[in-house]
Ligand binder design. Structure first.
Ligand code: CDP
Ligand code: CDP
Length: 223
């Protein structure tokens, strides 16, 4: 199945990646992988082991010891680490918000997750989904640079801060974006050839249908 369709969504914090990917996955019957939640889960577990966000032998060992698998619920794949799934409260805690970009900048952390993230293509095939929609910061540039459908979501900073505060989350969107864009390994940027969508100009439903239409028009696999 060389033509198994993959959609990549990249963008800064609160640009709408997760809500868009969820809608697209349900409309197209694709598996949905949220790679931000992978970085959040590792951050939570590493912090709990008392490991700080810098390269060290303890970090390498902890990463090697971790067993990563996935659980699929509806169209969403969630990371299972050492047999456990983390709660949304754990994943989006203030502690994780503050540290995730620092862990995500470390090459050993990114390398550990790269293999795991690419494996979602096989998982989607095995579970009978018609494709994979996967979102994050480096998906169209590093994880699946050959994907036929690559999108880059954007929105004004004020729109994004507003969205997060409506969700009741304390999160410094701008600081994370700055760290994510400025790091050496797999920085956040619009991959060459990706389609840019400013999600502040459309409703969520409009963004979802723009993406679904593009995929349905271009993809033989879905006809
Ligand atoms: O939901 P939100 O956009 O605020 O963040 P997220 O997608 O949950 O990602 C959390 C953090 O993980 C980001 O700020 C990045 O530091 C990191 N991340 C990454 O480095 N690469 C990815 N492919 C996805 C997330
Ligand atoms: O995954 P990411 O952090 O990029 O964003 P999200 O969690 O999907 O969306 C952040 C918030 O923006 C959610 O409350 C969405 O309902 C809202 N949103 C929106 O108002 N308009 C869009 N086109 C997309 C998302």
């Amino acid at each position: 199945a060389t033509d198994f369709p993959i959609i990549t969504l990249d963008g800064g914090a609160a640009t709408g990646k997760s809500s868009t990917a969820r809608g697209v996955s349900q409309q197209l019957r694709f598996l949905h992988a949220d790679t931000g939640s992978h970085y959040r889960a590792l951050t939570f577990l590493l912090l709990r082991k008392g490991i700080s966000p810098e390269e060290s032998d303890e970090l390498t060992e902890a990463l090697e010891e971790m067993k990563l698998s996935a659980e699929v619920d509806g169209t969403l794949a969630s990371l299972i680490a050492d047999g456990k799934k983390l709660s949304p409260e754990d994943l989006r805690s203030l502690e994780v918000n503050r540290n995730v970009s620092s862990f995500a900048a470390l090459p050993p952390v990114r390398n550990r997750l790269l293999r795991y993230q690419r494996w979602h293509r096989e998982l989607a095939l095995e579970k009978g989904f018609l494709g994979l929609v996967i979102e994050g910061r480096d998906i169209g540039s590093v994880v699946f640079p050959e994907a036929p459908f690559r999108f880059f979501l954007e929105a004004d900073e004020s729109t994004r801060i507003q969205r997060r505060s409506e969700e009741g989350q304390e999160d410094s969107v701008a600081a994370r974006d700055k760290a994510d864009s400025g790091r050496k390994t797999a920085p956040l940027h619009c991959p060459e050839g990706a389609i840019r969508i400013n999600t502040g100009n459309y409703t969520l439903e409009e963004v979802i249908s723009q993406i679904c239409q593009k995929v349905q028009n271009d993809s033989d696999a879905l006809q």
